[in-house]
Design a protein around this ligand. Sequence first.
Ligand code: FAD
Ligand code: DHB
Length: 397
Amino acid sequence: MTQRTKTQVAIVGAGPAGLLLSHLLHLNGIESVIVEAKSREYCEARVRAGVLEHGTVDCLTQAGVGERLHREGLRHSGFEMHFRGQRHRVALDELTGGKAIVVYGQQEVVKDLIARRLADGGDIRFDADRVAVQGIESDSPRLCFDHGGITQEIACDYVIGCDGFHGICRAQIPANQIKTYDRIYPFAWLGILAEAPPAQHELIYAHHERGFALFSMRSPKVTRLYVQCDPNDSADNWSDDRIWGELTLRLATDDGWRPNVGSIIQKSITPMRSFVAAPMRYRRLFLAGDAAHIVPPTGAKGMNLAVSDVIVLSRALEMFYKQASTHGLDRYSEIALRRVWKGERFSWHMTSMLHNFPEHDPFHEQMQLAELDYYTGSVAGRTTLAENYVGLPIEVI
Ligand code: FAD
Ligand code: DHB
């Protein structure tokens, strides 16, 4: 037996993109259902991004879900770049007219959004199996899935694929209607969470002859660190001693600074890839966030791009439901992609400038150092880094 229901917008995926879209639609009186493959606990525990651009913070604040973020998030008005044993600061606030970023774990944003959706009576179906989009060629698409042993079908006006890079929605678009752009990098990041007070209050991106390292944090007691590693490596090959040895070597500066060491409570390896699928729409199916594009994490753009997509898309859906106009929906992909490509460029540039590439010769290494010198040593260079880091403007329809 199939249980049939209806909604206005059916959303696949309860990551930051799907949850925020559902919440923004609700604020505008638009009904949605989120269908998520994993459990609520799993979604709330997934450790990933940590840096929120100023526009992401503004959006969450204006949408009424920024209360804990403002209480517990760490506002940063600058970050550092370390190379050749020296520290170089990029003063975000001074270079961008007072803008900053906030360090607040993605899973905390997810927890806040899930709690708010459920408090507002939102419909999130966790633990859904065999999720499939049907009727994609028609004007009445449907989302089908198994939930609690029952086959369900949700008829809707639009399906929004917020199901991340490995989701099912992007593959619904016929191959001749979508173009993909892809770059796989020859390295990965080993990321750790450590019970150690952050040894300084701002982030550090470090370039070193042994490879890239990143110093970040989650709270006054927990440091978040990443170290460049081989893409085929396993986290099991990295003992705690080896991790701290590499991190200390790559991050330390000649003035004696080094990260505080503590017990490692989580470690995992993240591959590095740039990917864009365009357009981000096929008929009544729209893609948002990682379902349409991913960036290497250097520069912290992934979740922020998911948020800006959803801001544009929620406005477009509002125009459809309030003014019966498809103008916004027709322009969604073009507007979202303009910002996505700039995020892709910044992430690619930061990745290229900061990592060790196996194919690099001594000339390339000097080019990287000259680039780092230029971007940190000139006001124009630092301004370029700063305005991209705090987040470029979000164009709305
Ligand atoms: P996801 O968060 O991937 O959510 C997709 C959801 O869809 C998931 O819940 C998934 O379970 C669900 N799903 C998948 N398939 C199905 C299906 N078939 N049916 C139903 N549901 C499905 N970004 C930043 O902005 N700043 C950072 O500092 C940053 N650091 C990062 C560090 C690391 C180590 C990593 C891995 C990523 C980082 N990112 C960062 C990127 C960021 O985490 C992603 O861009 C972000 O999660 C994208 O959100 P999303 O909602 O589009 O997708
Ligand atoms: C973090 C992750 C990033 O990719 C980044 O560029 C900065 C910080 C983090 O997890 O804190």
